[in-house]
Write a protein that binds this ligand. Structure first.
Ligand SMILES: C[S@@+](CC[C@H](N)C(=O)[O-])C[C@H]1O[C@@H](n2cnc3c(N)ncnc32)[C@H](O)[C@@H]1O
Length: 287
């Protein structure tokens, strides 16, 4: 994805591509329940509810499904979960990376499509909902991508942008100020590769600028009261810093700080963590 986004799956975490596949899966498993709850609250359930059964000539027609498009679906960690939670939807997992998409199973209700988010191979007004999860933070220019999502949405359809904001990452106790400094340097590296960890606070303005109406942004959270501390490894563990040491962005000393902090944290029976994410949504104009 060089030149298109700051995301490189083979250099995003320790263990190269297999490590990243496992990380994407663990990341989806950690927060999907909370994300789905908020997506439903923001209207995704109604947009993908089963088509009403009608009498007359259409009675014997094959069932039609709402089209739900996930842009930047990667390995389909979210797509698979959405497809089973929303049986009224036909789900497309779209990504520009054919290798990642190779891990998306094709089924009666979900299929992978390899394409660029800036030129979606879908008819205007054909989708009921478009979802982006942890994609906008990697895009050097998210506005044309959001405008393209608006084009393929039917009037009244909705876009859902799931992402983070570096200033709202969450809370961890005991906190380690040395670790915060390491993560500040890591965020700067993503910024210089064209990404933006502060995308959360810009979601509303971007969605409005793209032409969406009824824009709103809401938080979701998961804590170690609900999940074992170990499950937070994709976010708190040092794995994502390893490639940054390899490319010279961070030092070995930074990695040692992060590894020691995570080891201490996991071993502390009093440790507590809360991870915060955001979902921004906007509707396609109806007139
Ligand atoms: C961090 S991954 C997130 C994957 C998935 N949404 C998830 O939550 O597991 C970001 C994904 O966005 C994709 N991506 C980045 N820029 C893209 C573009 N211009 N068009 C299509 N996909 C893109 C990458 O290939 C990658 O799979």
């Amino acid at each position: 994805m060089v030149g298109v986004s700051s995301y490189d799956p083979a250099r995003n975490t320790a263990g190269a591509l297999p490590g990243e596949l496992a990380r994407l899966e663990a990341q989806a498993a950690l927060t999907f329940t909370e994300e789905l709850h908020l997506l439903r609250e923001l209207g995704l359930g109604e947009l993908t509810a089963a088509w009403p059964v009608r009498d007359g000539p259409v009675r014997d027609a094959p069932p039609r499904r709402h089209l739900l498009l996930e842009v930047g679906a990667g390995t389909g960690a979210l797509t698979r979960r959405l497809a089973s939670a929303l049986p009224g939807a036909a789900v497309i997992a779209l990504d520009a990376d054919a290798e990642l998409l190779g891990h998306v199973p094709s089924s009666a209700t979900s299929r992978p499509v390899c394409a660029d988010a800036r030129a979606l191979p879908l008819a205007t007004g054909s989708a009921s909902a478009v979802v982006f999860r942890y994609v906008l933070q990697h895009l050097p220019d998210p506005l044309p991508v959001l405008r393209e999502a608006l084009r393929v949405l039917q009037p009244g359809g909705r876009v859902y942008v799931i992402d983070v904001d570096g200033g709202l990452w969450g809370l961890a106790e005991p906190a380690d100020p040395r670790l915060a400094a390491v993560y500040t340097r890591a965020a700067a590296a993503q910024r210089s590769a064209g990404g933006d960890r502060l995308i959360g606070r810009k979601m509303s303005a971007l969605l409005r600028a793209a032409g969406f109406q009824s824009v709103t942004v809401r938080p979701f959270a998961v804590t170690s009261d609900d999940r074992p501390v170990e499950d937070f490894a994709p976010h708190l563990g040092p794995g994502r810093l390893v490639p940054m040491v390899e490319n010279g962005t961070l030092s070995l000393a930074d990695l040692a700080v992060a590894t020691a902090a995570w080891t201490r944290f996991r071993a502390d029976p009093q440790a507590w963590v809360m991870l915060v994410g955001l979902i921004g949504t906007g509707a396609s104009p109806t007139a």
